[in-house]
Design a binder for this molecule. Structure first.
Ligand code: NDP
Ligand code: 2IT
Length: 446
C-alpha cells in the first residue's frame, strides 16, 4: 500500500513542481483515500484520483488598475476550475499577497471534497489574486475589483462557476465585483454568493462558516460525552470566520480567550464576551484596524506581538486564520496544556506533523474540509434561494446549516470510525471522495 501511495504522489509531484501547498493537500487525501480505492473494486484501476488532482481548467490573467496616485498597478488574477462532476464550480476568491497557483490549487482541491460533504450539488473551484486590500482606499479596492471582474466575468456564470469570498474578500469586495458583472452582462443573476441581503444574499451567510465550525465542534464533543459549556476556547484570526466562531462559541457557553492577526494575538483572561466581540467587529469590519487595538478599550487584556495563540491553555482550539498556522510544536503545547478538541475554521491550518500529533494523542480533530463547510453550504442555500427567487428566514437557514453540519459529522463517523476513536480526516476524505468518484464514473472519461 505504501508503495502505491508513494508512486502516485511521485507522479503528481512530477507534474506539479514547486507547488508545496497543493502537494500537502493531495498527500493528505491520497494517504486516506488510496487504501479505500484499493479495497473497492469499483474504483480500482480507474485512475479516479489522478483525474481529480488535474484541474479541469486553470485561468490566469493580468489585472491592471490605477491607484489613487494615478500609478498603474499590475496584479495577477486566477480561477481554478477543479472539478464539475457533481455541480458547477463553486468556491471562494482570495485576495492576499501570498496567493499563487499552489495555494489556489490546494484550496480548489480541498473544495471538491468539502462541497461534496455538504450534500449540495456543487463542484470545486477557487480563485483570487495577489492583490493586497490592506491599506488600500475603498476606491482603489473598487477599481481593482472592477478590473478583476472585467476578465473573470467571461469564465463564470450562475450555472457554470459561482465564486464567493475568502481571505481579503468580504461583502465590500463581493459588492464591487457583483456590480461590475451585472454591468458587463446586463443580467441580475446569482453569479456570486455572499451578496448583500437587499440584492440577493442569504441571511446567515456571513455567520455560516464560523457558526458551522462551532456546530461541528459541539457535535464532536457531544459524541464524546461532553460539550462546549464552560470550556476555554482559543481562536486564531479575527476576520469573518474567527468573529462568528467566537460569537457562536460564546452563545454555547464557551469562554473565548484569544483572537489574532498576522501581527500577533490578544489574550483576554476574563473572556471575550458578546459586547467585546461587537467592539472587535467594529474595529475590524468598519474601521479596518489591527487586532492589537483591542487593548486600547480593554487594557486588562494583553497583546502578544509576533506570536500565535496556541501557547494559551485551553480545552478547544479553533484555527481560523490561514494555512499552516499551527505546527508540530504548537500541537504538542496545546495537548500538554489540556486541549481536547481542534476544529479547523481555516483551510489546512494544521501542518501534517501537527495533525499527526493530534491523531497520535487521539484528541478530537476536525479537518477544515469537514468543519468549515458551513460557509459554502450556506452559499449553496443562497444559490437555491436565488433560483427560487425567494428568501428563507434566519431561523430556516440556521436550521438547514445545523442539519448539514450534523450530516457531515455523521458521514465522518460512517467512514472514519476506528477502534475507540473517530478519524475525522479519513472520514471526511472518503465520504467526500465517494460521491464525486461515483459521478465521475457515471459520466465517463471526460
Ligand atoms: P478574513 O480576510 O476575513 O480574515 C483573515 C484573518 O486571518 C485575519 O485576521 C488575518 O490577519 C488572518 N491571516 C491571514 N493570513 C495570515 C497569515 N499569513 N498569518 C497570520 N494570520 C493571517 O478571511 P476569512 O475569515 O474569510 O478566512 C479565514 C480562513 O477561513 C481562511 O483559511 C479561509 O480560506 C477559511 N474559510 C473561509 C470561509 C469563508 O466563508 N469566508 C469558508 C471556509 C473557510 P491579517 O489581517 O493580519 O492578515
Ligand atoms: O473555503 C471556502 O469554503 C470558502 N471560502 C467559501 C466558498 C463559498 O463558495 O462560499
Amino acid at each position: 500500500m505504501d508503495k502505491i501511495i508513494k508512486d502516485f504522489l511521485a507522479e503528481v509531484n512530477e507534474r506539479n513542481q514547486n507547488e508545496p501547498e497543493f502537494m500537502q493537500a493531495v498527500t493528505e487525501v491520497a494517504e486516506t483515500v488510496i487504501p479505500y480505492i484499493v479495497k473497492n473494486n469499483v474504483y480500482y484501476g480507474q485512475n479516479i484520483l489522478l483525474r481529480m488532482v488535474e484541474p479541469e481548467r486553470v485561468i490566469s490573467f493580468r489585472v491592471a488598475w490605477i491607484d489613487d496616485k494615478e500609478e498603474i498597478q499590475v496584479n495577477r488574477g486566477y480561477r481554478i476550475e477543479m472539478n464539475s462532476a457533481i455541480g458547477p464550480y463553486k468556491g471562494g476568491l482570495r485576495f492576499h499577497p501570498s496567493v499563487n497557483l499552489s495555494v489556489l490549487k490546494f484550496l480548489a482541491f480541498e473544495q471538491i471534497f468539502k462541497n461534496s460533504l455538504t450534500t449540495l450539488p456543487m463542484g470545486g473551484g477557487k480563485g483570487g489574486s495577489d492583490f493586497d486590500p490592506k491599506g488600500k482606499t475603498d476606491t482603489e479596492v473598487m477599481r481593482f475589483c472592477q478590473s478583476f471582474m472585467t476578465e473573470l466575468f467571461r469564465h463564470i456564470g450562475p450555472n457554470r462557476d459561482i465564486p464567493a469570498g475568502d481571505i481579503g474578500v468580504g461583502s465590500r469586495e463581493i459588492g464591487y465585483m457583483f456590480g461590475q458583472y451585472k454591468r458587463l452582462k446586463n443580467e441580475f443573476t446569482g453569479v456570486l454568493t455572499g451578496k448583500g441581503i437587499s440584492w440577493g444574499g442569504s441571511l446567515i451567510r456571513p455567520e455560516a462558516t464560523g457558526y458551522g465550525v462551532v456546530y461541528f465542534v459541539q457535535k464532536m464533543m457531544e459524541n464524546n460525552g461532553t460539550g462546549l459549556k464552560s470550556k476555554k476556547v482559543v481562536i486564531s484570526g479575527s476576520g469573518n470566520v474567527a468573529q462568528y466562531a467566537a460569537e457562536k462559541a460564546i452563545q454555547l457557553g464557551g469562554i473565548v480567550l484569544t483572537l489574532s492577526d498576522s501581527s500577533g494575538y490578544i489574550f483576554d483572561s476574563e473572556g471575550i464576551d458578546e459586547e467585546k466581540l461587537k467592539h472587535v467587529m467594529t474595529l475590524k469590519n468598519i474601521k479596518r484596524e489591527r487586532i492589537s487595538s483591542y487593548i486600547k478599550k480593554y487594557p486588562k487584556a494583553k497583546f502578544v506581538a509576533g506570536k500565535t495563540p496556541w501557547e494559551v491553555a485551553c480545552e478547544v482550539a479553533l484555527p481560523c486564520a490561514t494555512q499552516n498556522e499551527l505546527n508540530e510544536k504548537d500541537a504538542d503545547l496545546l495537548i500538554k496544556n489540556g486541549c481536547v478538541c481542534v476544529g479547523e475554521g481555516a483551510n489546512m491550518p494544521s501542518t501534517p506533523e501537527a495533525i499527526h500529533q493530534f491523531t497520535n494523542h487521539k484528541i478530537l480533530y476536525a479537518p477544515g474540509k469537514a468543519s468549515n463547510a458551513g460557509g459554502v453550504a450556506v452559499s449553496g442555500l443562497e444559490m437555491a434561494q436565488n433560483s427560487l427567487r425567494y428568501n428563507w428566514s434566519r431561523e430556516e437557514v440556521d436550521a438547514k446549516l445545523q442539519s448539514i453540519m450534523a450530516e457531515i459529522h455523521q458521514s465522518c463517523l460512517y467512514y472514519g470510525k476506528e477502534e475507540g476513536y473517530v478519524n475525522y480526516v479519513k472520514g471526511a476524505n472518503i465520504a467526500g471522495f465517494v460521491k464525486v468518484a461515483d459521478a465521475m464514473l457515471a459520466q465517463g472519461v471526460v
